[in-house]
Design a protein around this ligand. Structure first.
Ligand code: SAH
Ligand code: TYD
Length: 387
């Protein structure tokens, strides 16, 4: 597989980087993770293509996330909030606007620059234990340490967990969320598997990891963003009351068989079936001479496009609202990425919904397309056409 967010120009095709995308599950610690990792500097750099604020639904989600943290965890005087992977400031801007002391840690320099322009204090570095010590020396300890869709990106998790232990005040909390293994298995959302996602967390694996650093999971809250995520609230061991939701989720994970090799074998079988169904549907549509355009040049789509062997004679182009992706080609298969205006100017017969996790927002916006007979192809939880 290529780099999922590695949108490129034609002169870069010859040097494109590929690696072996494969997932393994550890029977001892229950962690599910990639077996080959891509060097972080190939993924997170000054031309990073993912800008968090492109979805209005995610803007609402992070406004609510910030206000729940403020209400529940920032009661003391002069609170201090740290966020890793703060990107363009989609969450921290709410703390900045409220005059709350904050620090964003965002190694991708271009998205960090956007946050800074919005008045959000941001440093461009990779978080680890050493950086945690420097932050404590300069700013003191934090009341809340936040992360969304970033913890699962960091291979050196022990250094991160140790850094968090050092950085958090005795009563402080770590609140983070990532795509949830239970949802991936339930929905066959195999497109969550790509280079940036080094880990596919469950409560079992997260608890075990943080327990090795004197931290415990005190609450969990499922989120319906990114196709099904889990939010974990973590504190110093014994510092906070443990919610009854923890034992309930533990029991649910055991019933779902999240540590059971048979679950992974079943997932693998369903992924293969999904590929066969999607490829045959696209071939049928193409035989009928219909035009198909991809909707959303997501990182997730890189896995689907390359795993299913989707080429530009089947999908004409991918429509995307992110300026840095437009005019480039998708990783691996090199489908052209074009501005959304092209989709509205000459609507295709079928839209292949690569941004399926934003389907509510997208279907609402595209009511005219659907009303005019435009049809949607989706593949999570199963391959289907709707109109
Ligand atoms: N939190 C945002 C962005 C998620 S994308 C959201 O949910 O929309 C993941 C982000 O984490 C990227 O912007 C990437 O540059 C950043 N990142 C990757 N490794 C990191 C690390 N070690 N420390 C801090 N940020 C990191
Ligand atoms: P997303 O599903 O958030 O991310 P990823 O799989 O990369 O984690 O990606 C959203 C992408 O889809 C982003 O490139 C912007 C694009 N997009 C549109 O083009 N139109 C839309 O209406 C929405 C919601 C997203």
């Amino acid at each position: 597989m290529p780099i999922a967010n590695g949108f490129l120009t034609a002169d870069q095709f010859a040097d494109e980087y590929f690696f072996e995308l494969q997932v393994g599950a550890c029977p001892k610690c229950s962690m599910v993770q990639l077996t080959e990792l891509v060097d972080r500097d190939r993924m997170f750099h000054a031309n990073y293509a993912f800008f968090s604020s492109t979805s209005s639904n995610m803007q609402t989600h992070f406004r609510d996330f910030a206000s729940s943290v403020t209400a529940e965890h920032l009661g003391g005087p002069d609170p201090f909030v740290v966020e890793i992977g703060s990107n363009d400031g989609i969450m921290l801007r709410h703390f900045a606007a409220a005059g709350i002391r904050h620090l964003g840690i965002e190694p991708s320099a271009n998205v960090a620059a956007v946050a800074r322009e919005r008045g959000i204090r941001t440093i461009s570095e990779f978080f680890d234990e050493e950086l945690a010590r420097r932050i404590v020396a300069e700013h003191g300890q934090a009341d809340a340490f936040l992360g969304a869709n970033v913890m699962c990106h960091i291979p050196y998790l022990h250094s991160v967990a140790e850094g968090i232990r050092i950085l958090l005040k005795p009563e402080g909390v770590l609140v983070f969320e990532d795509p949830y293994l239970g949802d991936i298995i339930e929905k066959t959302s195999y497109d969550q598997i790509y280079d940036e996602h080094a880990f596919y967390f469950s409560l079992a694996s997260v608890s075990r990891l943080f327990a090795q650093h004197g931290l415990e999971v005190v609450d969990v809250e499922p989120q319906n963003v990114h196709g099904g995520s889990m939010r974990y609230v973590i504190a110093h061991l014994g510092a906070r009351r443990v919610s009854a939701r923890i034992s309930a989720l533990r029991a649910k994970e055991a019933a779902l068989g999240l540590q059971d090799p048979a679950s992974f074998a079943g997932l693998r079988r369903r992924i293969e079936e999904s590929r066969v169904a999607l490829v045959s549907l696209l071939q049928d549509v193409k035989r009928q001479g219909k035009r198909v355009v991809g909707y959303g040049a997501t990182s997730k789509s890189t896995t689907v496009i390359n795993y299913c062997g989707i080429t530009s004679d089947i999908v004409e182009y991918i429509s995307d609202t992110t300026p840095i992706k437009q005019g480039k080609f998708s990783p691996g298969a090199h489908l052209p990425v074009r501005p959304y205006e092209e989709f509205t100017r000459r609507a295709p017969d079928y839209a292949l919904l690569f941004a399926w996790n934003h389907s509510a927002e997208i279907l609402e916006r595209e009511r005219a397309f659907t009303r005019a007979g435009g049809r949607w192809i989706s593949y999570v939880p199963k391959v289907q056409v709707s109109g």
